[in-house]
Ligand binder design. Structure first.
Ligand SMILES: [Zn+2]
Length: 318
C-alpha cells in the first residue's frame, strides 16, 4: 500500500549513527574509546545500506550522529546532509547522560555539535542522548543542550526501561521552557499493551515484535493524532556485524541484553522496508512542522534529596 501523501500521518524516521561496538551494557575488547580505532569498522557500509533502503522508499530521515564517527568519516556525514537528510547530535563519546556530571556533558555535547556544524555547514539543532539516557535525574541537561543551540530533543522514552525512560512523561511533542530558552521535546513512540506502556517502533523492539504488533502501536498513536517515531542503528541491518562477547550464564541481565542486541537481525531489513512502504516518514523537523507542539511547560529542577534530584513540569507563565 502506498501511503497517501496528503492525508496519511507523517512519522519521524531516525537513525542513531554509531558503530557496532557502541552498544551498551556488554563490556568487550572495544569498550574503552582508546581501542575504537583498532576495531573492525562497519558504520560506513551499514549506513550506506540504510540510505539505499530509505532512497528506495523516497524517505529522508534524521541521523543522530556520534561525534567520534563524524570525526573519522566526515565524507559520510557531508553526503547525508547533501542528500537532504537531517543531521543531529548523538553526543561525542556516546556516554550515558545520567552517568556524566553537568560539566562533562557540557564539554561532550559542545564538541559534537561544533564538529557536526563544521562538517555539514548546516545548523545542527536536534539531540538524542545515547541509550535514551535523559532520565528524571538528568533533566539538568536541558538548559545545557539549549545553550549549545539544541532546540529539539528526542531523548525521552515516556515509559520505564532498563536504562533511560521516564514513566508518565508526556507522549505528545511539547515545548519545555528552561533557564536558557525553550526546547521542543518529541518523546519516542510508546504503546499500551497488556496493561504496560512499552516502546514498539525502533531498535530491539522493532526487531523483536511482529509487524502486526508494530502496526497496532502506530494505530494507537495515529488514532489520537500523534505522529509516530521509528529509530534504528546502522548495525541492525547488518546480520554479519562482529559480535560482542557473550556474557556468562550467571549474568542473566547482561545475557538478556546480548540476546536483545542480536535477535532477528536477518529480518530487520525486510521489516523496515515493509514499514517504509506502509507509512509516511520524514525527518524530525518535517514532522514537527506538521505537528507543532500544542502545549508549553516550564522545567523546574529541585535540588537532590538523598541520592535523587527531582523535577516538575509546571504550567508556563506566558
Ligand atoms: Zn546510541
Amino acid at each position: 500500500m502506498i501511503p497517501d501523501a496528503e492525508t496519511a500521518p507523517l512519522n519521524a524516521f531516525c537513525v542513531d549513527l554509531e558503530e557496532w561496538f557502541h552498544a551498551f551494557g556488554i563490556s568487550g575488547k572495544y569498550t574503552d574509546p582508546v581501542t575504537w580505532d583498532d576495531a573492525p569498522q562497519c558504520v560506513v557500509g551499514d549506513t550506506e545500506d540504510l540510505m539505499r533502503l530509505l532512497d528506495d522508499a523516497g524517505v529522508r530521515g534524521t541521523f543522530l550522529t556520534v561525534g567520534w564517527v563524524a570525526r573519522k568519516y566526515p565524507d559520510l556525514i557531508r553526503r547525508l546532509a547533501r542528500e537532504g537528510h537531517e543531521v543531529g547530535c548523538h553526543s561525542y563519546w556516546h556516554r550515558l547522560v545520567f552517568e556524566l556530571s553537568p560539566e562533562e556533558f557540557d564539554r561532550d555535547i559542545g564538541e559534537c555539535v561544533g564538529l557536526l556544524r563544521e562538517i555539514t555547514s548546516q545548523p545542527v539543532d536536534t539531540f538524542r542522548a545515547p541509550g535514551f539516557s535523559v532520565t528524571a535525574d538528568a533533566l539538568w541537561s536541558y538548559p545545557i543542550m539549549r545553550r549549545h543551540g539544541i532546540t529539539t530533543d528526542i531523548s525521552i522514552v515516556p515509559a520505564k526501561r532498563d536504562h533511560g525512560g521516564i514513566a508518565g512523561f508526556p507522549r505528545d511533542p511539547f515545548t519545555m521552557e528552561t533557564d536558557e530558552g525553550s526546547i521542543v521535546c518529541f518523546p519516542v513512540s510508546v504503546m499500551h499493551l497488556a496493561g504496560r506502556t512499552i516502546p514498539f517502533s525502533g531498535g530491539g523492539y522493532l526487531r523483536l515484535f511482529p509487524l502486526s504488533l508494530i502496526k497496532a502501536g502506530f494505530a494507537q498513536n495515529h488514532r489520537v493524532g500523534r505522529p509516530g517515531m521509528s529509530y534504528i542503528h546502522p548495525r541492525e541491518v547488518n546480520p554479519d556485524q562482529p559480535r560482542l562477547p557473550r556474557p556468562a550464564i550467571w549474568r542473566p541481565m547482561a545475557l538478556l541484553k546480548y540476546l536483545k542486541y542480536y535477535v532477528n537481525l536477518k529480518s530487520t531489513r525486510p521489516k523496515l522496508a515493509a514499514l517504509l512502504r506502509e507509512y509516511r516518514f520524514g525527518t524530525v523537523a518535517e514532522v514537527l512542522r506538521r505537528h507543532p507542539p500544542t502545549s508549553t511547560v516550564r522545567l523546574a529542577l529541585r535540588p537532590a534529596t538523598g541520592t535523587r534530584a527531582g523535577f516538575e513540569l509546571l504550567p508556563s507563565a506566558s
